[in-house]
Design a protein around this ligand. Structure first.
Ligand SMILES: C[S@@+](CC[C@H](N)C(=O)[O-])C[C@H]1O[C@@H](n2cnc3c(N)ncnc32)[C@H](O)[C@@H]1O
Length: 413
């Protein structure tokens, strides 16, 4: 049975405020001198101090998923004896734990997600980036060799299948996600080979884990969807990741991805009435910054927590300082060829017949509105705010997509 902290009598023991107050009151009346700390009613053994449930965790329970096909009790479980947070294990372990704990609910159940319009929109955006910027050099099938960094549970396998890749190497930090991606790959009966690995691509060189035979010939496309912002904590991590991309991408190959747009994040934070107010959001999403910094002031490690209903539970992420990202990418031999917020990608993709048809098939846009010349995703305003941001009458997307092309450098053979 899944451990349910709400049913565990120990969970709230440390919150027995009335008992504490009564004991303090009786101690105070029996002696006026301060007494050393020597609890007489402790229940835990020495050296195994229970860590009380935090206010963040209480908030997470309050925001449990509204997807009827998700078993809420399994979605967020506290290990029976928890370690104290971040410092020992690092944020990447928290990210891995979060994604490992998210159950794979299957394709039908995914359709019941309360944010399904947003998920469909994001899926279409990824399909559009793939269709526009992922191409082989012509000798290895239409889609060529693909490296998926932060592949998650393999949600993009079907998108890649449309490109007929020659081979895919899929990597993620979260072991259980990688296993689920592997299961999905087997169930999909795809006609192209794929290999799966678990490791932190911001901390380790690819060649330490992936056999050379799978790294060459070099990849035609490296894709990193909704992942880069988890690893943008230090310059060293960013450089390790960029070196992993550049080293194994063929000249002319592309590096594509999606990240939160720094400008929109800062604009939204600046729109808060109080300078001390570091969070914003609505019933579908919430972003909470640790500190307030001007754009460019803290190029790495500018941390915030992100909650997105039925998807992400208060996971630490970092603002990707765009100027720094583009400058470093150039250092690693990658030239920017496309950068657009999701609303712009929607209008760019709409101009392409195949992508327009895909938009309609995936029910991303309202066909009646589109016929009237208004191409916007069919979703409630609060949900659109979770992937965009309203400023007066203008709306700009919270996320952006990018494509870099690998250019030939002096280091290339
Ligand atoms: C929001 S999910 C996106 C998954 C997939 N790319 C998609 O678009 O459906 C982010 C993924 O990035 C992975 N991730 C985060 N940090 C990582 C790292 N340092 N190395 C490898 N994967 C990482 C997470 O485990 C998670 O599966």
């Amino acid at each position: 049975m899944a451990y349910d902290p709400l049913k565990d009598p120990d969970t709230f023991k440390s919150f027995d405020v009335h008992k504490d107050q009564a004991e303090h009151a009786s101690e105070a009346s029996s002696s006026s001198k301060p007494r050393p700390y020597a609890p007489t009613w402790r229940v835990s053994e020495p050296k195994s101090v229970a860590v009380p449930i935090t206010s963040d965790e209480i908030e997470q329970f309050k925001r449990r998923s509204r997807n009827p096909l998700r078993d809420d009790t399994q979605e967020f479980q506290l290990p029976v004896r928890r370690k104290r947070q971040d410092s020992e294990t690092g944020d990447s372990s928290m990210v891995a734990m979060h994604y490992n704990q998210r159950r794979e609910v299957g394709r039908d159940a995914r359709e019941y997600s309360p944010i399904i319009p947003l998920k469909r929109f994001n899926n279409w955006i990824k399909s559009a980036l793939i269709a526009m910027y992922a191409h082989s050099s012509g000798t290895r099938g239409k889609g060529g060799r693909v490296l998926d960094l932060g592949c998650g549970k393999g949600g993009d396998l079907r998108k890649w299948d449309r490109q007929r890749p020659a081979h895919m190497v899929m990597i993620d930090l979260a072991t259980i996600s990688v296993e689920q991606a592997q299961d999905r790959y087997k169930e999909g009966n795809y006609r192209w080979p794929a290999d799966f690995f678990t490791f932190d691509c911001f901390r380790r060189p690819l060649q330490d884990v992936v056999p050379m035979a799978l790294l060459e010939p070099k990849f035609d496309t490296v894709t990193m969807q909704f992942c880069l912002h988890y690893g943008w904590d230090t310059e060293e991590s960013a450089r390790t990741m960029l070196s992993n991309v550049s080293k194994w991408l063929r000249p002319g190959g592309t590096f594509i991805g999606t990240i939160p747009d720094e400008e929109t994040l800062f604009a939204r934070l600046d729109a808060q009435p109080e300078v001390t107010d570091l969070s914003f959001g609505n019933e579908n999403y919430r972003i909470e910054f640790e500190e307030r910094h001007e754009s460019g002031e803290k190029p790495f490690g500018n941390k915030y927590r992100f909650w997105l209903e039925d998807a992400v539970d208060d996971v630490p992420e970092y603002v990707v300082d765009w100027a720094t990202f583009e400058r470093l990418a150039k250092e690693y031999g990658m030239q920017l060829i496309y950068k657009a917020r999701f609303d712009q990608i929607l209008s760019d993709g709409y101009a392409n017949k195949n992508l327009r048809q895909l938009l309609e098939r995936m029910q991303v846009i309202d066909p009646n509105m589109a016929a009237a010349g208004i191409v916007t995703p069919a979703m409630p305003p609060a949900m659109w705010e979770a992937c965009s941001m309203y400023m007066d009458t203008d709306s700009t997307a919270l996320y952006l997509g990018f494509a870099f092309e690998r250019i030939v450098t002096d280091d290339d053979p």
